[in-house]
Write a protein that binds this ligand. Structure first.
Ligand SMILES: Cc1cc2nc3c(=O)[nH]c(=O)nc-3n(C[C@H](O)[C@H](O)[C@H](O)COP(=O)(O)OP(=O)(O)OC[C@H]3O[C@@H](n4cnc5c(N)ncnc54)[C@H](O)[C@@H]3O)c2cc1C
Ligand code: FES
Length: 269
């Protein structure tokens, strides 16, 4: 799993104005390669290598999907690829979401944070759990996976900052409404840390367990280089994370405050 497999892109799906999903054939029979929702892969375009969540885990068709938001030089280079082009993939890495013993789940994704939320939602529904999803984006043409998640059997509540589709406002505002009329026993979330901080605060207020998925700059993804360590526990997001329980945030003091760039310099939110 640590040696990149050079795989052909099988299919490319345009998900939104800035996001494409790349579909690859995957060998689920090898237990080391069997991914869990919330885990991530390292994607290598033979020049650079970066972490990406697994947005689709399709056991029936032996496929995985990686959704990539075009935000810089690496992601833009990937967006230029076509069906049949090759990339290197290694993983899966990190700890995924846990959902055993829960019944009704609220999954909240902001922007490209919807990628692990999508694979989690499909997986949880296949395991007979009831999942409501808040899918949040800045504007309507950035919303992700709405049809796919509705088809899977989730109740999808869209919200946009500008009100161009669904509820007008932030994911946390929509969450407050849903908490008035529903009883959830687990909340999972991935997205901007400021959003996730709000989600954790509301979940704590309502006494609901919550898991968050974090991002930090990654190089090895093996737990070796220390690039993704967080203050002040030194936990490695690639190894101890990227998914954490809310209680773990007592050991991640930098959460929603700052993150380090590739040189280790703190960038404050
Ligand atoms: C666990 C994890 C899962 C991720 N899942 C996804 C996903 O499903 N889809 C997606 O589009 N993006 C995902 N990302 C973010 C993605 O890795 C970066 O946004 C991307 O590498 C940016 O590359 P760029 O060269 O195009 O942009 P750049 O302009 O080089 O970078 C833009 C920003 O991306 C972040 N970034 C850049 N390089 C890295 C790196 N090596 N490790 C971590 N962050 C980096 C930094 O915050 C940086 O400021 C994930 C990151 C992590 C850590
Ligand atoms: S990326 Fe090297 S230890 Fe996490």
């Amino acid at each position: 799993m640590h040696v990149p497999k050079v795989l052909k892109i099988k299919k490319i799906l345009t998900e939104s104005k800035s996001v494409k999903t790349f579909i690859f054939d995957w060998n689920f029979n090898d237990s080391l390669l069997k991914p869990e929702p919330g885990q991530f892969m390292m994607i290598w375009n033979f020049e650079d290598e970066k972490p990406m969540s697994i947005s689709k885990i399709d056991f029936e068709n032996n496929e995985i999907g990686i959704s990539i938001k075009n935000i810089g030089s690496f992601t833009n280079a990937l967006h230029q690829l076509n069906n049949g082009d090759k990339v290197g993939i290694r993983g899966p890495y990190g700890h995924g979401f846990e959902f055993n013993d829960f019944k009704k789940i609220l999954a909240i994704g902001g922007g490209i944070g919807m990628a692990p939320i999508a694979s989690f939602t499909e997986f949880a529904i296949k395991n007979n759990l009831d999942v409501d999803v808040i899918s949040a984006a800045t504007t309507s043409n950035e919303l992700l996976y709405e049809d796919r998640l509705n088809d899977a059997g989730a109740n999808v509540f869209t919200c946009t900052d500008d009100g161009s589709c669904g509820f007008k406002g932030f994911a946390t505002h929509r969450m407050e409404d849903l908490l008035q009329n529903n009883v959830y026993d687990l909340i999972v979330t991935c997205g901007p840390e400021i959003m996730m901080k709000g989600v954790v605060e509301l979940a704590n207020k309502h006494n609901i367990s919550v898991q968050i998925s974090m991002e930090r700059w990654m190089k090895c993804a093996l737990g070796v280089c220390g690039q993704c360590c967080v203050d002040d526990s030194g936990w490695r997001i690639c190894k101890e994370g990227p998914v954490f329980w809310a209680d773990d945030l007592n050991n991640i003091k930098e959460f929603a405050k700052y993150k380090r760039d590739s040189s280790g310099i703190r960038n404050y939110y």
